[in-house]
Design a protein. Structure first.
Length: 249
């Protein structure tokens, strides 16, 4: 069922882009494709959160292999996802860079001909300790100007997802210094500039998804059951501002 679900997503994308051949896609400088979808795992109901997370990660990697196979013509069973010395995943000799993130069973995947980094978070997430310890003055000003607590939480997520996506772009995870601005008092910045890491464009979206009985996301209360949820997504790279974005709800 899981493989069939991902096959449908991949075929949907390829049908929508049938005028672009595999080789043409790989030759397009700055080509970026972004997917937001649910990993359908009904047999994961009742599993502990950590085991569910591993299942989602496995499902997301399977989607990557199926997509790259369809895109390049390489056999699905010949594709191996490896990790570089910095832990960043890659598929050798494919010509396609990718990055993944998930929040519960909500998966964000991005593909490009250049390095790319992504993050997705529940938009209601908060982190006061992180704000004081990691965020820059401009970022703290942006949050401080929010007119309500829910808006402050959304602004926190705008910043946090941008920081995570930018660090994943660099292959640094959360180990590097985050002393770069993703926002200032006027709002989120379209380009992140870092003396150490260089510059990157930023693609942001806030998406509301309906939630079904088999969907699971981290909520503020274990007993909280949500029928829909708002997610903050961010993608960082060299040419992401005009990326193709597909939501599969």
């Amino acid at each position: 069922m899981e493989e069939l679900f991902f096959t449908l997503i991949v075929n949907f994308f390829c049908a929508a882009h049938s005028d672009v051949t595999e080789k043409e896609w790989l030759a397009l400088s700055g080509n970026v494709e972004i997917f937001l979808f649910k990993a359908y795992l009904p047999d994961a109901d009742g599993l502990p959160a950590n085991k569910k997370g591993r299942r989602v990660s496995e499902a997301a990697r399977n989607f990557v292999k199926m997509y790259v196979s369809q895109l390049t013509g390489m056999r699905h069973d010949s594709l191996i996802i490896s990790a570089g010395s910095n832990g960043k995943p890659y598929i050798d000799n494919s010509g396609v860079h990718f990055n993944l993130s998930h929040c519960g069973n909500i998966v964000l995947a991005a593909f490009s001909d250049e390095e790319i980094g992504v993050d997705v978070e529940l938009a209601s997430r908060s982190g006061n300790a992180v704000i004081e310890r990691i965020f820059t003055r401009g970022e703290r000003d942006y949050i401080g100007l929010a007119r309500s607590e829910p808006e402050a939480r959304r602004r926190f997520c705008e910043i946090w997802t941008a920081k995570e996506a930018f660090m994943k772009l660099q292959g640094a995870g959360l180990l590097g210094r985050m002393d770069f601005d993703t926002a200032d008092a006027s709002g989120p910045l379209p380009v992140i500039r870092s003396p150490k890491w260089g510059d990157a464009e930023v693609f942001r979206r806030r998406v509301t998804l309906s939630l079904g009985e088999h969907d699971f996301i981290p909520s503020r209360k274990d007993e909280e059951v949500l029928k829909e949820a708002e997610f903050e997504i961010c993608v960082c790279g060299s040419h992401v501002a005009n990326a193709d974005f597909q939501v599969m709800d």
